[in-house]
Design a binder for this molecule. Structure first.
Ligand code: CA
Ligand code: CA
Length: 125
């Protein structure tokens, strides 16, 4: 009888401890660390759903976040030097392609900025 009571108390203590730990963990993850977008949801260790665009569900807030696909991934082809300034309608388009490739491959792959000042095809307007 006494042994039985002791085990009951141990189990009760463990349950209380687990509940306390659970509350501490959930409070820490919600306060100041609320997930607001897809990237944060993935960073928090949640799996991405097999869909397009990908989605991620945050079990804490029970919200689903959809991956924002950067809309500029088809600005131009950055795999090789295949454009010259003449190929662009205006300076703005050339600049967009240049900046896109600088982010994508890290260099002026088309050789649009000969003087290297970050502004391309100064002759176009
Ligand atoms: Ca070129
Ligand atoms: Ca330039």
């Amino acid at each position: 009888m006494k042994k039985w009571l002791m085990w009951l108390l141990i189990v009760l203590a463990l349950v209380i401890l687990l509940v306390a730990v659970y509350f501490i963990i959930t409070r820490n993850t919600t306060v100041g660390n609320e997930i607001t977008n897809f990237e944060e949801c993935i960073d928090a260790g949640n799996p991405a759903m097999e869909s397009y665009p990908r989605q991620c569900r945050d079990p804490i807030s029970d919200k689903t976040f959809t991956e924002v696909i950067e809309n500029n991934f088809e600005v131009c082809d950055c795999s090789a030097d295949m454009y010259n300034c003449d190929d662009f309608e205006n300076q703005n388009n050339a600049q967009e392609c240049f900046e896109f490739c600088m982010t994508d491959v890290g260099r002026d792959v088309h050789g649009l900025d000969n003087d290297g000042d970050g502004s391309v095809c100064e002759g176009l307007n």
